[in-house]
Design a protein around this ligand. Structure first.
Ligand code: TXA
Ligand code: MG
Length: 341
């Protein structure tokens, strides 16, 4: 059985020992929980792929606690890049740079680049420092499922498969970091996340978004973007409506048409429903997308626990953080989206 550990100093030391012994420990970060292992050990990294059932061509992020640690992993970390990174680190940004030979092949999966992130979560930071090596950590879900944002959600997917989970409570942000390719200018967003294009444009004249994220017609430059993702067991239907009243009429109609199904509803506080249903969860306010980002994966997993057949989720405008949230939600729904205007 997998141990759930409180984030005490003693437990951080114990977790560091496990990691330096090539074991896998789930760790809290400000975005989602990660499955952490020694990022310089081929054996440790292979255990991550096994626990998650992760496709072998999907590379991992190395989590670091200092630029000094980063210097040993990548080429091209100059003052200009450090100055840029200082605006976002420590925090929910992952950058792609040319890798040094020290990186195990299991981390970079045959690419000549590596993904690096300096998390702001204090528990993650102190664990990395205690280990003295970068920690490779993908999101701590079984591949294809929504990322976990609580230790309990990690336990559901990982019990018996990893040594321990450090319980750091609910993740603040709730969706994964933004992945930004720094290998050439203009920098390109490969996976949208908490930081948006607008945030980067404060410091760079031009920021591109990988074509595959916009049109879906090209092969994504971030291998992970091509897989089915974030999908709960239940079927997901996304309702896109600007007008909350129209959205509630639509949801009520769908419920009437599906009386034989157990339906979960995941809606904004401003959408008022005139129906009885015990499986209604809140996305937060339509005017506060940070609430939606924090609630999304947690709620999808909660509705799965209630064993609903269908989850109706309200979508938001695809702008700023909304672009990142909708990137996840559309994948959860495998493209099952209804637009209402
Ligand atoms: O917020 C996060 O980023 C979380 C926490 C735990 O840090 N981690 C996370 O890891 O989301 P994962 O493995 O679920 O997603 C990493 C993404 C994948 O889409 C992967 O394809 C991409 O980063 N990636 C990793 N290395 C890459 C590389 N060298 N080039 C392009 N994309 C890369
Ligand atoms: Mg993931």
């Amino acid at each position: 059985m997998t141990k759930i550990l409180k984030p005490t100093e003693e437990n951080i030391k114990e977790s560091a020992k496990l990691i330096l012994n090539d074991e896998v420990v789930a760790i809290p970060t400000e975005t989602v929980y990660g499955l952490g292992a020694n990022g310089l050990s081929e054996i440790a990294v292979s255990k991550i792929f096994k626990a998650k059932n992760r496709p072998q061509d999907n590379p991992l992020i190395l989590h670091i606690s200092s630029y000094e640690m980063m210097e040993s992993l990548v080429y091209g970390l100059n003052d200009e890049i450090k100055e840029f990174l200082n605006n976002f680190w420590a925090g929910p940004l992952t950058v792609i740079m040319k890798k040094k030979e020290i990186i195990p092949n299991g981390v970079s999966c045959g690419l000549d680049t590596v993904a690096i992130r300096m998390p702001s979560n204090e528990i993650a930071r102190s664990l990395i420092e205690e280990c003295g090596v970068p920690i490779a950590a993908p999101s701590a879900n079984i591949s294809g499922k929504p990322s976990p944002t609580t230790a309990e959600d990690v336990f559901v997917d990982m019990d018996g498969k990893i040594s321990a989970i450090i319980d750091g409570g609910l993740c603040n942000i709730g969706i994964e970091s933004t992945v930004l390719d720094l290998t050439k200018k203009p920098y390109t967003i490969l996976r949208p996340g908490f930081y948006t294009r607008e945030d980067f444009l404060k410091y760079e004249d031009e920021i591109l978004i990988d074509d595959a994220l916009v049109t879906g017609n090209t092969i994504p430059k971030s291998p992970g973007q091509k897989y089915k993702h974030y999908a709960p067991k239940a079927k997901v239907l996304v309702i896109m409506a600007k007008d909350r009243k129209k959205s509630s009429v639509e949801i009520e109609n769908i419920l009437k048409d599906n009386e034989n199904l157990k339906v979960g509803i995941f809606k904004f506080d401003e959408t008022i429903l005139n129906i009885q249903n015990e499986n209604i969860l809140s996305l937060g306010s339509i005017n506060n997308l940070e609430e939606m980002s924090q609630n999304l994966f947690k709620g999808l997993r909660e509705l799965d626990k209630k064993e609903v057949d269908l989850i109706i989720v309200e979508g938001c405008e695809e702008q700023g953080l909304g672009f990142s949230i909708m990137n996840r939600l559309k994948k959860s729904a495998s493209g099952n989206i209804k637009y209402i205007d």
